[in-house]
Ligand binder design. Structure first.
Ligand SMILES: [Zn+2]
Length: 269
């Protein structure tokens, strides 16, 4: 990092050399197709009330996230995209910095007050944490682990359509880890709860940060052991076994670990 200060800084601490990812009302602001703004181009804006968060470095420059107000927006010629739209249009590789920025800004916004005493938190001097001055509690960016699993039966894949409105994709099964569980236990429980089958040979494959706003997806393969598909009707609308050459509409490998698990399985079968 070029800066010697911590992870939080005021608008007047921007040197002009940084790359900035701009947000407004949860959306990313793009100039043309560019989402990294040179800080020097923002010098005309009145940024007094804006606080910036250091999210990493890119091309040897600090990269910071900044949330703008309605007034700022009227001064800029921008296109707005939600982080999810940006991921879908750019793919995973080009999304990392925006994903980190989205995750960290959400964390900062939801930890303005101490969960113990209700007092206002303050940025730590040199750590990426928010501190309650009264309780001395430190609040770090929260990461929520989830599992995602591709279940197979011979050459067949189990894919499910989520119950979310408008969801037309068939994907792997997934769910949040609960306190006290190992990821493998979560995998077995989620599959049992969502589609009513038992599985075997659960093995970790790969992971992915999923910053909407703070999940870490742990990807697994597993094999069918017993039972008939019986969807829970709440989270899952329908689930079926699919032959590799007859797959329904499913996630792309360039977007999500679900797509990568499906692609890996097809390559190996
Ligand atoms: Zn407190």
């Amino acid at each position: 990092m070029n800066r010697k200060k911590g992870y939080f800084f005021r608008h007047d601490e921007l040197t002009g050399n940084e790359h900035v990812v701009l947000f407004h009302d949860g959306s990313v602001l793009l100039q043309g197709d560019r989402y990294l703004w040179p800080a020097v181009t923002l010098q005309e804006l009145e940024l007094q009330d804006c606080h910036s968060l250091l999210i990493g470095s890119f091309e040897n420059r600090d990269c910071v996230a900044l949330t703008l107000s309605d007034e700022h927006l009227s001064c800029l010629d921008v296109v707005k995209q939600t982080p999810r739209q940006l991921l879908l249009s750019r793919g995973l590789h080009d999304f990392t910095l925006v994903g980190q920025a989205n995750q960290l800004l959400n964390w900062q916004l939801s930890h303005r007050f101490c969960g113990h005493c209700g007092g206002r938190t303050s940025p730590h001097d040199h750590e990426r944490s928010l501190v309650c001055p009264a309780c001395k509690l430190h609040f770090y960016p929260r990461i929520n682990p989830c599992v995602i699993v591709l279940v197979s039966r011979g050459r067949q894949l189990l894919l499910a359509r989520h119950n979310k409105a408008g969801s037309s994709y068939f994907s792997c099964l997934a769910g949040f880890m609960e306190a006290g569980e190992t990821p493998e236990e979560t995998v077995a429980r989620e599959v049992r709860e969502e589609v009513g089958i038992e599985i075997d040979n659960i093995r970790y494959v790969k992971s992915q940060s999923w910053p909407f706003p703070s999940q870490l997806m742990l990807g697994f393969f597993a094999e069918y052991k017993s039972g008939e598909i019986q969807v829970d009707g709440h989270e899952i609308a329908e689930a079926h076994w699919y032959e590799p050459d007859q797959l329904p509409l499913s996630p792309a490998a360039g977007i999500s670990v679900a797509g990568q698990l499906i692609e890996l399985f097809l390559q190996r079968s």
